[in-house]
Design a protein around this ligand. Sequence first.
Ligand code: PLP
Length: 485
Amino acid sequence: MTVAGSEQHSSGSAALGHRPAVVADPSPSTLDGLRQTDFARLDNGGHIYMDYTGGGLYAESQLRRHMEVLSGGVFGNPHSINPTSAASTALVERARASVLRFFNASADEYEAIFTPNATGALRLVGEAYPFHAGDRFLLTFDNHNSVNGIREFARARGAHTTYVPSVPPDLRVDLPLLTRYLQDTAGDHHNLFAYPAQSNFSGVQHPLEWIEQAHDHGWDVLLDAAAFVPTNRLDLGRWHPDFVALSFYKMFGWPTGVGCLIARHEALAKLERPWFSGGTIVAAFVQREYHQSAAGPAHFEDGTVDYLSLPAVEIGLDLLSEIGIDTIHARVSSLTAELLALLGGLRHSNGAPATTIYGPNSTEARGATVAFNFLHPDGRVVDERYVDQVASAHNISLRTGCFCNPGAGEVAFTISRDTLLGGEFGDALTLEDYIEAIGLPSGGAIRASFGIVSNQADLSAFTRFCDEFIDLQRVPDGLPPRRGC
Ligand SMILES: Cc1ncc(COP(=O)(O)O)c(C=O)c1O
């Protein structure tokens, strides 16, 4: 597929290695044309899609190209050596090469390992990182639960976990504290530092410069790039994190069920997999209880990779390259600036603000994800379940809750550690009871996010939706129970 006005082509690593200047004019013709052709289903169905951080959308041409690949060949399980198996292996290796090319990652330095999603990539690192007593796991409050969960692997093996808090109102990291923690490593130990390149809660972009700072003090760096890469360039020729986790559906909608761990060879060599499985070994014996691990990415890809979905990865990456990730970035940045101005300017008739924004209110070092709550004229937070209902009535897709990022939420809603220890929920206490017990004003925030074909019309529809909350004194009774975050 060729996109008119594209400024970057995917045909070779040289083109991808070149970083075009950020487009000042966000190429309206390219993106708006694409919306009318390849994403026509959005406007045909009257959809206002503002949950790109939850899941990206695919261009219809991606599906056609993918189906052409599948209908043009015969593909068997890649673990054999027969002709159809070899054809599948070729697809897998093409996809692998396209990932390295897209991120400008040298094959001499990096390996692309396919996983079911970003979570699968994070788990691979967590379960195989050689944590021992005295080792350190350092992470930001602002992290997805799939990163938070790594602390359980660390804990089980006696490593020490340390969290670096975020600071309100911008929800950026406490830099002096981070600097202190990064300097605090002990000689012979393994140290893993994990943070998101972009917060899936507040949109804050944490500095990629931390990677080298952490390396200087002996940390291995795990960069969660899941929320960053759909609308920002990650150049692995310039930045050298040890591990990068991402999900492809967040970048270009299709395929779901495929993610990637992009890892430095050197870092991979440190990992100690806790088991073996089909695909990860060259040979295993039952009577001798011996196995020989496979070399390269196969060692980390459990079972059969999703080989029929993998061609769609290259197709999706091609689409982003053809449009230009910088073009998408410029478009979503300008929409985010307008959204922030809209939300920040909303007032009730009594002059009181109608929203509160969690995170930076400028586009400086932030992505196209905005978390906020509507406020009643007396300053109370509008119940997010009602916001969901009104959004649905406007055919707007957005997200409510804490977005699997409890640390960012705890800071945003100023919930202290002591408050959290005040009540445990489970059988005895429902989520509703717990929210009341800890004094949360609502069940979480509202999150709006932009992506590949977001446009002014989305923003206009969103403005009409916001108007529904002006002078809203109370929400109706009978809201549905919360589902948790
Ligand atoms: C920053 C971040 N990390 C990790 C994940 C987990 O992604 P997945 O559910 O695709 O594994 C998400 C998903 O929202 C995310 O936003």
